[in-house]
Design a protein around this ligand. Sequence first.
Ligand code: ADP
Ligand code: MG
Length: 386
Amino acid sequence: MYQTTKLMLLGSGELGKEVIMEAQRLGVETIAVDRYEGAPAMHVADRSYVVDMLDRQQLRDLVDKERPDLIVPEIEAIATAELVRLETEGYRVIPTARAARLTMDREGIRRLAAETLGLPTAKYRFADTYEEFAEAARAMGFPCVVKPLMSSSGKGQSVCRSEEELSRSWQIAMEGGRVQQGRVIVEEFIRFDSEITLLTVRSVHGTQFCPPIGHIQKDGDYIESWQPHAMTEGQLEEAKRIARTITDELGGAGIFGVELFLAGGQVYFSEVSPRPHDTGLVTLVSQNLSEFALHARAILGLPIPEIKLTAPGASRPLKADAEWADYRLLGAAEALALPDTQLRIFGKPVTKAGRRMAVALAAAETVEAARERATEALGKLKLEGV
Ligand SMILES: Nc1ncnc2c1ncn2[C@@H]1O[C@H](COP(=O)(O)OP(=O)(O)O)[C@@H](O)[C@H]1O
Ligand SMILES: [Mg+2]
C-alpha cells in the first residue's frame, strides 16, 4: 500500500476544499472535518467527520482515532488549547498551535504585534464592561471600531460614530461574538486609502511574498479582490517588513494572509490569518502557484520556486441573500462564456443570508479589465430557491 502523509483539515469550507485538492494532487491522504454534513472540502476528501471542533474532547477523540501527520486548521473557531496540547504530544499543527491560538483571539495577536513586536497598528483598548467600553471609546475618539475578541467575517463588529451610538455598538458586540458576553476591542478608526492582503509563505525556502492583493470589505466580509494592488516601493517594502516580522514570530510552515491598511505614507498591521485568505482566491487565476498550492507545498516540506504573477486578476464572491434549503445556481454558462474567466461553485448544502456560495474569477491584461470582467461574470450568476 502507498505509504503517504495523512492530513486532517479542521474546518472544511471553500478554502479548505482547494487545499485538499492540492494535497491530493501530491498523493496525500485527506480527512475533512466540520460541524455540518456536506461542507465543501468534504466533497473531495478521502474521509470526513462531523464534530464540534470547539469541544476539546471531540477534537481529541478524533485525532486519537485518525492519528494524522498534519493537523491543518482552516478556521479560527477551534479548541486551540487542545491543539497546543496535541502539539506537545508530538502532533504537527499548521503552522503552529501557538499561531492558531493567538490568532483566534484579537487580543493575543494585537498585543503581540503592537506591544511585543512594535508594529504600527491602529490605537486600541480592551474593555470587559459597558462602563469600561464607553470610557475606551471616548479615549479613542469618534468614530471608532468595536469588535468582540472572538469573531470573524464582521460578526459583532460596528463603527461607533458618537456618544449616542455607544449602547448600540456594545449590544452588537455582545450578540455577535462567538462567546456571548465578554470582552471587546475598541480601535481607532483608520481612514485608509486602501487595504491589502500580503500573502506570505514560510517554507523550506524561507519567506516568500505574493504580489499584494487589494480588496474591498463590506459588513466585515470581502466583496471584491484584485492582484496586483498598486503601491509605492516604500509602501511595499514596509508591508513586507511587517509581514516578515509577524510571520517569523508565529513560525512554522504554510501560507499567511497579512492584512494591512495603507493610509498615505503609513502602513498599518491589522490582522493575520495563519492559513489561506479568502481575498486570495484570486490567485487561482493570477499566479503560477495559487495560495492553496503554495500552502500544500509549504506544509509538506516541498520546494517553492519563484512566485510569479501570470496575469492581473480579480475575484467577486457570490453571496446568498436569503435562506433556502433547496436552491439552484443559474448563469454559470453565461459567466464562463467570458474569456479568461473561471468559477468555483462551493456546493454548500443550504443557503443563508450573506453566505458565500461561489466566486467569479477573471484574468485580463490589466487589473481594471480583470475587475470589470469578474464583475460582469458575477452579474450573470443568480441563486434561486426551489
Ligand atoms: N481600525 C479600523 N479602522 C478602519 N477600518 C477597520 C478597522 N478595523 C477593521 N476595519 C475594517 O473592517 C474589516 C474587518 O475587520 P477585521 O479586523 O479584519 O475583522 P475580521 O476578523 O472579521 O476580518 C477590515 O478589513 C476593514 O475594512
Ligand atoms: Mg479581517
